[in-house]
Design a protein around this ligand. Structure first.
Ligand code: TXA
Ligand code: MG
Length: 318
């Protein structure tokens, strides 16, 4: 495509021949494959070590292209696309008949999103069709927010990594399911739930997706090797006292004298942007337990609380 850089053209060509390309989005880096190429999509699941029943999000460059993957665009979808696309939003819609079931993990639905990153959009335009892209990390581990993170996790499993710098949002897209009677949020993310509710003029509950609704036990995800312990404001000193025998670190402020800390801003947008890099730093510096004070679960804070709860959930074998 004229106008696209040589790297973008090369990346589009890799996708066209069934290869994998890691690329930046405004949320996190994605591990991309041609959405309609079943063998390429199978390689994504394999590279990530992800169960093939877990559906992938299809990334497209425009609203018109959403219609190539969704059977219909309900009014609520129009409203949300109007307001938030391109942006950190994924819509779950009815899957169009000719879209392979594999990319949707066998679901009759499809997750679609228009990322707000110049490199992602250039790639999608150059490729000319949907690109399936989960976060470019091994299953269960921390999503990458820089090209260097991708190289560490999947460097030997992708043909190409496009470097677009550090991700601006830092946590994944908000997933809104529009296939039921009422809209619901399956994953809090870069677009605050409050903004979704405002756009739709209705309450939109955040629910656990059916397949991870296990009472009392959130699946471990977004997790470093070290343990993560979330504490409420004022609970830090007590929690640290109980963990004296280990190599603790505090994410953010409030570490007592003698306990090391890793910077994590308090302001929700800045905190989201820095969160995954901070969790990675815990492992890089050899700490075995990280303490972090939960932010208020409003705005982007809801996504941060969700990720920290999963990072701190009991480990279940991955
Ligand atoms: O911000 C993001 O969304 C990033 C960037 C790369 O775009 N992608 C991302 O993909 O987070 P992934 O695969 O790590 O997470 C996708 C989530 C999964 O929890 C999956 O279950 C859900 O989206 N999902 C995808 N399609 C779905 C569907 N048809 N129905 C229900 N959930 C779906
Ligand atoms: Mg992921």
């Amino acid at each position: 495509m004229s106008g696209a850089s040589a790297a973008i053209q090369e990346a589009a060509a890799v996708l066209a021949r069934g290869g994998l390309v890691a690329f930046p989005t405004e949320t996190v880096y994605g591990l991309g494959a041609a959405a309609r190429d079943e063998r390429a999509v199978a390689r994504v699941f394999e590279a990530k070590g992800r169960p093939s029943s877990h559906p992938l999000i299809v990334h497209v460059a425009s609203v018109v292209e959403v219609e190539r993957f969704a059977r219909a665009i309900p009014e609520a979808a129009r409203v949300l696309l109007d307001r938030f696309a391109p942006g950190p939003l994924t819509l779950i819609l009815e899957r169009k008949e000719d879209v392979p079931a594999r990319v949707a993990g066998g679901q009759p639905t499809i997750g679609v999103r228009i990322p707000d990153h110049p490199v992602a959009l250039a790639l999608l335009r150059a490729f000319g069709d949907g690109v399936a892209a989960p976060s470019a990390n091994r299953f269960g581990s921390i999503s990458p927010t820089t090209a260097a993170h991708v190289a560490l996790e999947l460097g030997d499993r992708v043909e190409l990594i496009l470097d677009g710098g550090a991700c601006r949002v830092g946590v994944e897209s908000t997933i809104v399911d529009l296939t039921r009677d009422a809209p619901r949020i399956l994953r809090p993310g870069g677009v605050p739930a409050e903004a979704i509710e405002d756009a739709l003029s209705t309450r939109v509950p955040i629910v656990e997706a059916d397949d991870v609704r296990v009472p009392g036990a959130l699946a471990s995800h977004y997790a470093p090797r070290a343990d993560v312990v979330v504490v409420v404001e004022d609970g830090l000193a007590t929690a640290l006292r109980d963990a004296r025998h280990r190599r603790p670190v505090v994410l953010g402020e409030g570490a007592p004298d003698g306990v090391p800390s890793i910077a994590l801003p308090r302001e929700p947008e800045a905190q989201a942007r820095r969160l995954y890099a901070a969790l990675r730093e815990v492992d890089e510096r050899g700490f075995d337990v990280a303490f972090v004070v939960l932010p208020e679960a409003a705005g982007l804070g809801a996504a941060i609380v969700d990720r920290l709860r999963r990072a701190s959930a009991p480990r279940t074998g991955h």
